[in-house]
Ligand binder design. Structure first.
Ligand SMILES: Cc1cc2nc3c(=O)[nH]c(=O)nc-3n(C[C@H](O)[C@H](O)[C@H](O)COP(=O)(O)OP(=O)(O)OC[C@H]3O[C@@H](n4cnc5c(N)ncnc54)[C@H](O)[C@@H]3O)c2cc1C
Length: 352
């Protein structure tokens, strides 16, 4: 998101660029899939699903500018709270969301599709991981690794690293090495939501709504800690939950057992019909090496970026950091990715 938005802003100013994305798809933490888990134009958000335009103008304005349709998170009806395994879940009256969480019709990947469609195809390189940056007299020599080829070297005037700082510190070799305080800063910046996993159960219809439930639930029993209605704007019914079990434990339990326990929990909370999902989906971001590092196995709070000088010494002015975690106002959020990439594109344009 941050890389594509920076690219959009540079392209608009006539500045040429190339974007390198290590995955074979664009979007990073934004990932919308169908019930089979394949990328889809109308599906379920395994990464971010919400934004709050009332308090996040950068993403609100971008959604409007790109002409995307937003809709409100479904929250009509009662909620459920599960306190202990020996008690049944309690039914509680729901409350209107304030501020209202909004979702995008089709899924969050609509943002990525529209951003990418406005950029020259030839500038967008997927399955191209940046593994090294070397400062030269003329700019930066970038090493790019593609699956089955020799590493490629391309020289650029400036580089925008639109990825979590912690991942930059871990996965990209810098020559000369950044000064130790800068490296500490990058490594010490938690990547928002990287320690988490999201589970979906897809159904033929949103049966919980008939019984007066919003689909919102909280549980201290688990494995899902927080559950919400994930039905798409087009009516594909689903519930989703954030898995409450820490990443290391999830790994040892294994996906099959986790999925079975999650479905059992949905039966406990929403009744027998919850036991017959058309499909289930589980995305463990802590196991995704293009999002999380070993430092992200334990949950940490929001990164805090206000007033931070992200790049110092020899690299200052040549390398710019634009990932969401570097946002001054909303680090870690989609809004932060938009805000940080705008800040960096502005700095870039001012210099050129
Ligand atoms: C489960 C989950 C739920 C979330 N929910 C919300 C939500 O509801 N609302 C919200 O506002 N935010 C949410 N977030 C956070 C949101 O996803 C991020 O703020 C946003 O997507 C960050 O965008 P980004 O471009 O800064 O980083 P990323 O999306 O992480 O993009 C970085 C990109 O760099 C690529 N990359 C990594 N290493 C290399 C390399 N060496 N070379 C080349 N490319 C590389 C990655 O593949 C990736 O595409 C959630 C995140 C997760 C995981």
């Amino acid at each position: 998101m941050a890389g594509l938005n920076a690219a959009r802003l540079l392209h608009r100013e006539g500045i040429s660029f190339r974007l390198f994305e290590a995955r074979d798809r664009l979007g990073g933490r934004i990932l919308t899939v169908d019930e089979n888990g394949s990328q889809a134009e109308d599906g379920f958000d395994l990464g971010p699903s919400w934004f709050w335009p009332e308090m996040q103008p950068a993403i609100g304005n971008l959604v409007a500018e790109l002409g995307l349709r937003a809709f409100a998170q479904y929250s009509r009806g009662d909620t459920l709270f599960e306190r202990a395994a020996r008690e049944g879940p309690s039914r509680l009256p729901g409350m209107a969301q304030q501020p209202q969480s909004m979702r995008l019709a089709g899924g969050s990947a609509a943002l990525i599709r529209v951003l990418a469609s406005g950029l020259p195809d030839s500038a967008l390189n997927t399955s191209a991981a940046v593994t090294g940056l070397r400062l030269t007299n003329f700019g930066i020599d970038v090493t790019i690794a593609r699956d089955d080829r020799q590493p490629e070297h391309i020289s650029f005037d400036q580089v925008i690293a639109a990825m979590p700082p912690r991942l930059l510190a871990t996965a990209v070799r810098l020559d000369p090495a950044p000064d130790p305080a800068t490296l500490d800063l990058w490594q010490g910046t938690p990547t928002w939501m990287a320690p988490h996993a999201k589970f979906f159960a897809v159904y033929d219809r949103p049966f919980w709504r008939d019984a007066g439930f919003s689909g919102t639930a909280q549980s201290m029993v688990g494995p899902l800690a927080e559950i919400h209605d994930a039905t798409t704007a087009s009516g594909k019914a689903a519930l989703f939950g954030f898995v409450g079990i820490p990443a290391a434990q999830r790994k040892s339990i294994g996906q099959e057992i986790l999925i079975r326990a999650a479905v059992q929990q949905l039966i406990r909370m929403f009744g027998i019909e919850a036991g017959l999902p058309r499909a289930t989906l589980l995305k463990d971001w802590a196991a995704d090496r293009l999002t999380a590092t070993s430092a992200d196995l334990t949950a940490a709070g929001h990164p805090s970026a206000a007033g931070t000088e992200w790049v110092t010494g020899a690299w200052a002015g040549r390398l710019l950091l634009a990932g969401s975690e570097t946002s001054e106002t909303e680090p870690g959020y989609l809004n932060g990715a938009v805000e940080a990439s705008k800040r960096v594109a502005q700095a870039f344009c001012d210099r050129n």
